[in-house]
Design a binder for this molecule. Structure first.
Ligand SMILES: Cc1cc2nc3c(=O)[nH]c(=O)nc-3n(C[C@H](O)[C@H](O)[C@H](O)COP(=O)(O)OP(=O)(O)OC[C@H]3O[C@@H](n4cnc5c(N)ncnc54)[C@H](O)[C@@H]3O)c2cc1C
Length: 497
């Protein structure tokens, strides 16, 4: 077999996953049915945790110059914004960046890492046996063929063929409501504030285009599959905000719905799911692409560990255990937001819905409430349940990007140390740490580091390749610390090399 992993789908999730696998030396092939990259962008936001992930892989320089940062984001279109700027991150902002740009950067990186991206190949069927998977594809000339690999990952979006072929159920609710999206080359700039005041999302795009997104009570039951026309869009805007905003020369018109589903499992044997293939929901607060990138970051190193032969027992299953609850929570928060939007538009609920929005706005004005929701939407608050009872409270959290100086080295920071995608073991007690796990673990004896309350008294931390904390200890007993460290390393990074 010349391929270890076949990734189906070259959307943001598939490309991110392919980069993670290739970084770990896994022979990776991506199959994409489109012959050309996507030109139109559904998503426009990279929230703080996704920006951190790009920082952890040294990709920030490619992303930041292309986007625009905004210090917060909306929740359910409420007036009070979620404040990301006060969160505990160097990247307390949303990077406003078109999905097509994100995909182009990840594709460029995937090529650099040696990923084989095969466009114009549609996956028709996937099967598995004891040794691997077989993927049946159809090419642009309608010819079919099969490919083998050890594992397959479906990153093929909401209608995932891989999910269907793996027999993984996708329970949830069908679409009951749709919104409209339009990207226009020509608009009336004088009408935009009024449109915003009536709840229409108006966002500037590259090339002087402007995006409009809105819900129209008279059109919100039209099925997503029905195409949007310019006439419909103009009439709808006029109903919603009293003006058609001069929209003309549409570049893209689309209708999207609130079908909400979560895969019953993210894994069936040698077949795994990530991104929209595993969870779909209304695009409320811009979380779908972000969640997909974070799925990929969680799965990449674990699947690579299995392929490379050092994965401890249960490591690959922890992908479903850690990421499905996140998918569940995202689908739930989007359902809450969608319900609120819908109630605001339905005759008999309009008054109580307005009162509810007022109340929620007041609640969002409270720092603690705002912070909790901001942590959820930004994904900075994602904590994976610790495997060991009685673990340090840091375990499962994301490692903050602490600045440090290692013995005999230049000043650096944790996210720089994570660039190669390895475990990082930080000795914070000033005593030498030497992991003995070869290239899997970079052991760093820290001379000096930025002090933070949550690291007070911490003597060692083991950071996973995806930036979450696998293990931490506060013990000052050198012998006990070594025993504990060896147990933690064995549990996460397999037996010593
Ligand atoms: C209107 C709208 C606005 C949105 N805004 C945001 C936002 O601001 N922020 C955010 O985070 N998310 C947003 N989203 C959601 C986001 O676009 C998706 O969550 C994201 O695209 C999912 O990425 P993915 O790679 O998992 O799947 P996709 O982007 O759907 O990619 C799947 C890929 O697989 C390919 N494929 C499918 N089937 C096959 C097959 N059989 N064989 C080979 N290839 C196949 C497809 O061609 C595609 O390239 C928005 C969605 C909508 C509808």
């Amino acid at each position: 077999m010349d391929t270890d992993v076949i990734v189906v789908g070259a959307g943001p999730t598939g490309l991110m996953l392919a980069c993670e696998l290739a970084l770990a030396g896994v022979r990776t092939r991506v199959l994409e049915r489109r012959t050309e990259p996507q030109r139109d962008s559904r998503a426009l936001s990279l929230h703080p945790r996704s920006v951190e992930l790009m920082d952890q892989r040294g990709l920030l320089d490619r992303f930041l110059p292309l986007g625009r940062t905004v210090p917060g984001w909306h929740f359910a279109g409420l007036r009070t914004q979620l404040d990301f700027s006060g969160l505990d991150s160097r990247h307390g902002y949303t990077l406003f960046l078109a999905q097509a740009r994100t995909e182009a950067i990840l594709e460029e990186r995937a090529h650099e890492l040696g990923v084989q991206i095969m466009r114009g190949l549609e996956t028709l069927a996937v099967s598995q046996d004891d040794d691997g998977v077989e993927v049946e594809v159809r090419g642009p000339d309608d010819g079919t063929g099969t490919m083998r690999a050890r594992y397959a990952v479906g990153c093929d979006g909401g209608r995932s063929v891989v999910r269907r072929e793996a027999g993984i159920d996708f329970p949830g609710t069908d679409e009951t409501l749709t919104g409209m999206l339009g990207d226009f080359a020509v608009v009336d700039p004088g009408a935009l504030d009024k449109a915003r005041a009536h709840g229409v999302i108006v966002a500037p795009l590259e090339g002087g285009r402007t995006r409009f997104v809105h819900l129209d009570p008279e059109r919100m039951r039209v099925p997503a599959r029905e195409p949007v026309t310019l006439e419909e869009f103009r009439a709808s805007l006029t109903r919603v905000c009293g003006s058609d905003c001069g929209v003309a020369e549409p570049r893209w018109l689309s209708r999207f719905g609130n079908a909400t589903r979560l895969a019953e499992s993210y894994r069936s044997g040698r077949i795994l799911l990530a991104g929209d293939a595993a969870h779909i929901h209304f695009p409320a607060a811009g979380q779908g692409l972000n969640t997909g990138l974070q799925d990929a970051m969680n799965l990449g190193w674990k699947l690579a560990a299995v392929v490379n032969g050092w994965a401890p027992r249960g490591l690959l299953d922890s992908y479903d255990e850690e990421r499905r609850p996140v998918g569940q929570s995202v689908t739930e928060n989007t359902e809450v937001q969608t319900l609120l939007a819908e109630l605001t538009l339905v005759g008999q609920y309009q008054r109580p819905a307005a009162a509810l929005r007022k109340l929620l706005d007041q609640l969002l004005g409270m720092a603690e409430v705002n912070r909790r929701l901001a942590e959820q939407v930004s994904a900075l608050g994602t904590v994976y349940p610790p495997v060991t009872p009685g673990a340090d409270p840091l375990v499962g959290r994301r490692m903050p990007d602490v600045g440090l100086t290692a013995a005999g080295s230049e000043a650096t920071r944790v996210y720089e140390l994570l660039h190669p995608g390895r475990f990082v073991l930080l000795g914070l007690a000033g005593e030498p740490v030497d992991a003995g796990w070869g290239s899997r673990v970079e052991a760093v004896t820290v001379d000096k580091y930025d002090e933070r309350a949550d690291l007070d008294g911490v003597t060692e931390v083991l950071v996973r390749p995806d930036g979450h904390i696998a293990w931490a200890t506060r013990t000052t007993d050198g012998g006990a610390r070594i025993d504990d460290r060896v147990r933690a390393l064995t549990a996460w990074a397999g037996t010593a090399s």
